[in-house]
Design a protein around this ligand. Structure first.
Ligand code: ADE
Ligand code: ZN
Length: 276
């Protein structure tokens, strides 16, 4: 082996080692967050779109959809680390799960809404709340974000995705969505943003606690069907891709409804009289 080949082989080994390292992940991969925000954007009223555009200095909610996954790893925003998920251990009812002092996705969502509605909040506070809110509407719909504390939301459930050793959390963040369809986020939105008005009204019912509970039910079924050591293959992707599609859609429609309610005084939510 000549010197050049040796360096190349060393680099390849290093890269392989890095990709096998179990980095705990923080939510849908980029496709899930971008698609959720793109669908939401398509459902903003004119007044909401204007207000949101002003608050984000002309950038879109899609632009910021992934930002929190990086930010939470920096000292400045480390306080948001636990906002991406809520853990409920096996055998515990959703409402009985112990609460973290540092917050969780179910409580962080209404907290951001409160900041955005607060006339005393500064523009900077509102800008941050909006970026956080856009991200968390994705995360609350990722089933493994309502997973067990004991295995860190299935980050410690080892599975094989075809020939690759990985974990169940990561499979749900990105492997299943990316294998289900080889689409861009706008193509995802084109294909799944097709709910009837009746379906939309159903999806918009309830609030973050109900949405979290609904995702938790899916999560429970995923754990049941994917025990440690499962070899995931084509049949698993076929079985769960419709769920991924539905979860992206729900996130997008619910995000749009929250933003329209916050920013457009004339907006009448399809949730009906229950919505403010
Ligand atoms: N991401 C990192 N830690 C997590 C946990 N405990 N549950 C869900 N998602 C996570
Ligand atoms: Zn996240």
């Amino acid at each position: 082996m000549n010197a050049y080949k040796k360096i190349l082989a060393g680099r390849m080994l290093l890269l392989a080692g890095m990709s096998a390292m179990a980095l705990p992940s923080f939510g849908w991969g980029q496709k899930g967050h971008d698609t959720t925000a793109e669908i939401a954007e398509r459902h903003l009223t004119e007044a909401t779109a204007k207000a949101v555009g002003e608050l984000l200095d002309g950038k879109s909610i899609v632009y910021w959809a992934n930002w929190l996954d990086n930010a939470s790893h920096t000292p400045e925003y480390a306080y948001t680390k636990t906002w991406h998920y809520k853990n409920i251990d096996e055998g515990i009812a959703f409402d009985d799960a112990p609460l973290l002092d540092t917050g969780d996705v179910v409580r962080a969502i209404p907290e951001q809404v409160k900041v955005l509605e607060d006339p005393r909040a500064t523009r900077e506070q509102k800008q941050l709340a909006l970026k956080v809110l856009v991200h968390l509407l994705g995360d609350i719909h990722q089933p493994m974000h309502l997973g067990h504390a004991s295995d860190r939301g299935a980050n410690q459930v080892s599975v094989k995705f075809f020939d690759r050793n990985t974990n169940l959390h990561s499979v749900w963040d990105s492997s299943v969505p990316e294998s289900g369809h080889k689409w861009s986020y706008t193509e995802w939105a084109d294909q799944i943003d097709r709910a009837t008005p009746e379906e939309t009204a159903m999806i918009l019912q309830g609030g973050p606690a109900d949405w979290g509970k609904e995702t938790f039910d899916i999560c429970t079924e995923v754990y049941r069907k994917t025990p440690d050591g499962t070899k995931i293959s084509y049949d698993y992707i076929a079985e769960w891709t419709p769920t991924v599609e539905r979860q992206f859609l729900k996130g997008g429609l619910r995000l749009a409804d929250l933003l329209n309610t916050i920013f457009d005084g004339d907006y009448r939510s399809a949730r009906g009289a229950a919505a403010k």
